[in-house]
Every structure is written in structure tokens, then in C-alpha cells.
Design a protein around this ligand. Structure first.
Ligand code: GLU
Length: 368
């Protein structure tokens, strides 16, 4: 069983596990859940919680209707509600004697390598001090262009950064079904998924989840990222009391198995970028060269899309716009527009200065 074997576990809980549709806090559930965490810690496992609820609890405090909130207002509400959220954990976790801390992340914190490494270091130090980090998106600061927007993808990135063995997304459904379980009684729960193919993507649109910003689509995105970073991921029903104990005993959930991954930590970080800034479309010859482990040169680039700086994440696509690889660009998008299709020895005269010849170095690139 994946959880039993896992040393580092990330658990994501959505707002509606903490607060019901009548805006009543589910204290009993949280108290039981804290026993789950206590048991994991007793087994010497390291736990990170990714918890939503800042906006919901902010709305509760101010008596506002969550569904009618505008973005800028929701950012202020999140800053009010985040304290409420931490107060709630403080009350409940003190009775189970769990030490916890708060980490608020924006998308940029995980997309920039230096900041991602720093977040990892902080998490490791907290582990050593026996504290459970509780992570949420820094909703008050994040802007709509640079936002996770949902805690499913945030949780998968946190799992990748912290080299977690498992991520559990606690949802309001048992997992992924072959039909919508709310409509069809004979809908079957899919227990294990190795490959997320078009059939699985179709099942995801049929399994309707009631809650959270994410729904099934973002859970599948999170699963893809986990598969590439060598982490098992479960979608499980969090509405039960002691949901983690239940997974351990009954395993009544959907597990996405990691792809065996020989990638080092840096390459895992490259491949699991949430928001590549641009795209490089390359020709057949370049694909052949990349397959042989070569770097991407300007000569093989047909087109460039998006605006990006040196060091930004880009997708590398073939002529049919199928993603072939991801990497970090050594040139800005405007530089690539000038040098695309040209031999490397022309770069200096085209740009007017001496620079590298590889547009994406092989060490900065990962095949998808
Ligand atoms: N970060 C948001 C909050 O704390 C929740 C995002 C989500 O539901 O996935 O309210």
C-alpha cells in the first residue's frame, strides 16, 4: 500500500471539508482528521498539509456570500480568513499535540528555481523540528495571471518540491469512476492508473465533484505532475471521519502510479513547471538531434510563441504542435525571433553581441 510505504506525505484538504454548505465549521471532522495526522507522525512519517479555506472562513467571519465575490475583494477576504483558518488548526491540533507552521506560496515561488529550493529547505527544517507545515496559496498577493487558482495543482507542486512519496487529494468523491457515480449506480471506481490516456481524461469529465475550485480536471493535471516527479497520488473521499485511516485500511480510492523516473531533482522541477511562459516549435531535424541527446540550436527552430526572458520555462513542440520536451531557454523570446532558423555562427552578427549557441541546453531540457 502506497501510504504505508511513504515517508513524506502531502495531504490536500478542500474548503468544503472544513466548512459545510451552511457555513458551519466541521469541527468534529477536523478533530478526527487531526488524529489521522498524529498517527502518521507516530509512524515517523513527515506530513505537509495543503489547506484551502481562507476565503470561505473570511466570508463566514464577515457574513458574505462566497459565490458573489470579485477577485480583488476575495484577496482581502483571504487575508482575513487565513488567520481564522490557522486559529481553527491551532484549536484542534493543540488537543492532539501537533506542532504546525504556516507557509503561503505564490506561483512564482515554485516556478523560480532558487525560490523553490529555498521553500524545500524551509520544509526540511520544519520536518527536523517536528512541525507540520500547512501550506496555502498566498491569495492576497497572487494576481490572476500568476496564480495557481486551485490547491490541487499547488499541492502537486509542493509534493514535487518536497520530494514527497505520496500526495492525497481529499475530495468529496471516492475517486475516478468510469461513469458519473451520482447518476449511474453501476459506476465503477478505478483503483489504479498507470497512464493518463484519453480514456482516463474522458472519465474525469464524467466524475463530477461538487466542491473546490479545481474539480476533476485540476486533479488530473496534479496527477500528471506527480507521475513525472515520481510521487504516487490518490484522489480519495475526505468526507469520511478519519479519511487517512480509511485509505490505509480499505484503499477505497484512485491511485495514480508514478512513472519510474530517473530524473534528478532539477530536471523533475523543470518538467513539472505549472506555467511555461512560451513555446518553441522545432523541425524534424531538431527532433532527431534532441532524441540523440543534443541541445536545441537556433537552426532547428521554426517559430516562437509567447514572451519570455532568459531562464524561463518553455515548451518545445514539433511541427504538429505536439509537446516533445520542456526546458529553460537561454535566450529571450525576442532574441529567438531574430535567430530562428539560422546557423549558430550567425547569432553574433544577428544580435550584435557574443552569446551562447544553444537556445535550450541539453542539461536544461527534459523529454515529456
Ligand atoms: N486558496 C483558496 C482558499 O484558501 C482555495 C483554493 C481552492 O479551493 O483550491 O480559500
Amino acid at each position: 500500500m502506497y501510504l504505508k510505504k511513504s515517508q513524506i506525505i502531502v495531504i490536500k484538504i478542500g474548503s468544503s471539508l472544513l466548512i459545510d454548505e451552511n457555513m458551519i465549521i466541521r469541527k468534529k471532522w477536523l478533530a478526527e482528521f487531526s488524529k489521522d495526522i498524529r498517527d502518521l507522525l507516530k509512524q515517523n512519517k513527515k506530513v505537509i498539509l495543503v489547506s484551502s479555506g481562507a476565503i470561505a472562513l473570511g466570508c463566514k467571519k464577515l457574513g458574505l456570500n462566497m459565490k458573489k465575490l470579485k477577485l480583488d475583494k476575495s484577496q482581502a477576504i483571504a487575508s482575513i480568513g487565513q488567520i481564522e483558518l490557522m486559529n481553527l488548526f491551532k484549536k484542534v491540533f493543540s488537543s492532539t499535540k501537533i506542532n504546525f507552521s504556516q507557509i503561503l506560496l505564490t506561483l512564482e515561488d515554485t516556478e523560480q528555481r532558487r525560490r523553490a529550493i529555498n521553500a524545500k529547505r524551509t520544509i526540511n527544517n520544519l520536518f527536523q523540528m517536528n512541525f507540520v507545515p500547512i501550506v496555502n496559496e498566498n491569495d492576497s498577493i497572487a494576481t490572476s495571471e500568476i496564480k495557481y487558482g486551485d490547491n490541487d495543482r499547488l499541492a502537486s507542486r509542493v509534493a514535487q518540491i518536497s520530494s514527497a512519496d505520496s500526495l492525497v487529494l481529499l475530495s468529496d468523491v471516492d475517486g475516478l469512476h468510469d461513469k458519473n457515480p451520482k447518476v449511474f449506480k453501476n459506476a465503477k471506481l478505478i483503483k489504479e492508473i498507470k497512464n493518463i490516456d484519453s480514456k482516463i481524461e474522458k472519465f474525469a469529465t464524467r466524475t463530477v465533484s461538487n466542491y473546490g475550485k479545481g474539480g476533476m480536471k485540476t486533479k488530473i493535471d496534479a496527477a500528471k505532475l506527480c507521475q513525472l516527479s515520481g510521487c504516487s497520488m490518490a484522489i480519495a473521499n475526505g468526507l469520511h471521519m478519519r479519511p487517512i485511516k480509511k485509505i490505509m485500511q480499505k484503499n477505497n480510492c484512485t491511485w495514480f502510479l508514478p512513472k519510474v523516473s530517473k530524473l534528478d531533482a532539477r530536471k523533475k522541477w523543470i518538467i513539472s513547471s505549472i506555467s511555461p511562459k512560451g513555446q518553441l516549435i522545432i523541425d524534424k531535424g531538431a527532433i532527431t538531434a534532441l532524441k540523440k541527446g543534443k541541445s536545441l540550436l537556433a537552426a532547428g527552430i521554426i517559430d516562437v510563441k509567447g514572451e519570455f526572458n532568459k531562464g524561463d520555462h518553455v515548451k518545445i513542440l514539433n511541427k504538429n504542435l505536439r509537446e516533445y520536451a520542456r526546458g529553460l531557454s537561454s535566450f529571450t523570446s525576442s532574441e529567438i525571433l531574430k535567430i530562428k532558423g539560422k546557423h549558430s555562427d550567425k547569432i553574433e552578427s544577428l544580435l550584435g553581441y557574443i552569446t551562447k549557441s544553444e537556445v535550450v541546453h541539453k542539461d536544461d531540457m527534459v523529454e515529456v
